[in-house]
Design a protein around this ligand. Structure first.
Ligand code: URA
Length: 245
């Protein structure tokens, strides 16, 4: 898979694309020892790119956030469309996969990467990574039901960990530190309600970038990637707040 040299240099935090263009014009960039005059030129995975005679360290791991639309499955392969189908062919060729799953009809923040070790950490139940969802329900939520859900309900032979719920009427947010199958829908189902819309708005330290329309994605910057690596283990929080009208 060939990638443009300016893209490789900017993704590897060596220089911006415009700096790469200027550097190439000045003959500062070489691929396998041969000077390239345009940063539009492409390099293969194993090619050695040097700047001013020094080989660069190419980035191996990539991290993206996507605003997942409804109708796409969080998998690398499926009979229907997957979130990977929304990636550009160049990005798709990087061996990426979604970190965890959102239901087909759930929208919002999904992290996509080729870093299996980090994905494993983020999904490990021991790490208690908090995930926040905006929900809309069929019926108004009442305080007693929110109390029940915040404290924990029986699920899959155990009890759900404490959740933090804020709500007003039929809408609100719920933060959980687990990722059981259909967890949020099952939680509200437990108190006789039904989720009619679900959107993940945060995952650990990352919030969904509000400039991303559904179906759009962007690469995480260095600061965001760093934040993802350092996952504090949070204790359970037993409270929920009812938002003020
Ligand atoms: N809980 C659900 O029920 N569905 C999701 O997609 C995510 C969490």
């Amino acid at each position: 898979m060939k990638t443009r040299i300016d893209k490789i240099l900017s993704e590897s935090n060596i220089m911006t694309r415009s700096q790469a263009r200027e550097a190439a014009k000045k003959g500062r960039i070489a691929v396998n020892g041969a000077v390239v005059r345009s940063s539009d030129e492409k390099a293969e995975e194993g090619d050695v790119i040097s700047v001013d005679g020094r080989p660069i360290e190419r980035r191996r791991f990539f991290y993206y956030m996507m605003n997942k639309p409804a109708g796409y499955v969080c998998a690398t392969e499926d009979n229907g469309p997957t979130v990977l189908d929304l990636l550009s062919p160049g990005d798709k060729a990087r061996g990426l996969f979604p970190v965890g799953r959102l239901d087909k009809d759930t929208v919002g923040l999904i992290i996509i990467t080729n870093d299996g070790a980090l994905a494993h950490e983020l999904l490990s139940p021991k790490k208690h990574v908090s995930k926040t969802y905006f929900f809309r329900l069929e019926h108004e939520l009442i305080s007693r039901d929110a109390d029940i859900l915040s404290a924990g309900i029986p699920m899959d032979g155990g009890t759900t960990k404490p959740a933090v719920i804020t709500f007003e009427g039929r809408e609100g947010t719920i933060a959980v530190t687990e990722g059981k199958f259909h967890q949020i829908k099952r939680m509200f189902g437990h108190v006789g309600n039904k989720v009619t819309y679900l959107k993940r708005i945060s995952f650990g330290p990352l919030e969904l970038d509000s400039s991303l329309a559904e179906g759009e994605y962007r690469i995480l910057n260095a600061e965001e990637t760093e934040k993802l690596r350092i996952q504090p283990v949070s204790g359970g929080i037993m409270q929920y707040e009812q938002s003020k009208a």
